[in-house]
Ligand binder design. Structure first.
Ligand SMILES: [Zn+2]
Ligand SMILES: [Zn+2]
Length: 256
């Protein structure tokens, strides 16, 4: 039986709510810090060398950017609750979180990160495709597609139902896969950076032949901005594997 090392019980509703409030503030602060830095760096003083990397020239109007921030803050509450749910599962002995680095070996520690990413890729691809079914799109996913050319603030901009679907992944996966909290935190950080890169409006991969090759397999701004503009293709999260396998990849003649 795995032991919880939480300093207080989450089974008391007031503790659960307080922890959710603290985590929500952390998630929202991280969102403002990371997106804010990217936004300031690229849209307030675009370095000359980055001009040619811009995928679309204009950010959506201020009112849409404020909409993206508002919906992202609502998503932060849902993400905060899902984090506390992981803690509750840990306390109940359901989550397969472990603290001893040696428990599964150092190789597994490294591999477990990629297990999370691979399962998440599959989960995201199919739930995202489902959200593009007309009945679900209208109700739940149109929020994320509010702008054909989103700003980086859209990184967390989801309808609460979509945010719930996305937030459910980590509490579910820790029930099945042993994960060290360090890996969980590293994965959350990569998840956030990837979401920001995909909505940056700039291509971060180089223009060299190698960069172009990477763009065929790794999802960055160019790939995901095509999803926002053309809807029926490019559903993936980190890599284009499932889009290619299931013929939903939008082929481009030239890339940014
Ligand atoms: Zn979509
Ligand atoms: Zn998007």
């Amino acid at each position: 039986m795995l032991t919880s090392y939480l300093p207080f019980t989450l089974l008391v509703p007031s503790n659960f709510l307080l922890a959710a409030l603290v985590l929500t503030v952390v998630v929202a602060a991280r969102y403002f810090l990371m997106v804010g830095l990217a936004w300031l760096a690229l849209y307030r003083s675009t370095p000359g060398s980055w001009k040619s990397r811009q995928i679309y020239q204009h950010l959506p109007p201020r009112s849409i950017q404020l909409f993206e921030i508002r919906t992202s803050l609502i998503s932060s509450i849902i993400f905060g609750f899902s984090g506390v749910l992981i803690g509750l599962f840990w306390e109940l002995g359901w989550a397969r979180l472990y603290l001893d680095f040696e428990a599964f070996g150092w190789t597994y520690l490294f591999v477990s990160f990629f297990i999370l990413a691979a399962v998440h890729e599959i989960y995201f691809y199919f739930t995202h495709r489902m959200l593009h079914e007309p009945w679900a799109y209208r109700r739940f996913h149109a929020v994320h597609h509010k702008s054909l050319e989103p700003s980086p603030w859209a990184s967390f901009s989801f309808h609460p139902v979509e945010a719930l679907i996305q937030a459910a992944f980590l509490p579910l996966i820790v029930l099945a896969v042993p994960v060290h909290p360090v890996v969980l935190i590293a994965y959350l950080t990569v998840m956030t950076i990837s979401a920001i890169i995909n909505h940056l409006g700039f291509e971060v991969l180089p223009r060299s032949a190698f960069g172009m090759y990477l763009q065929r397999w790794i999802i960055t701004g160019t790939h995901h901005s095509d999803h926002h503009r053309f809807f029926k293709s490019n559903f993936g999260l980190y890599v284009t594997f499932l889009d290619r396998l299931l013929k939903t990849e939008r082929e481009r003649k030239g890339r940014a």
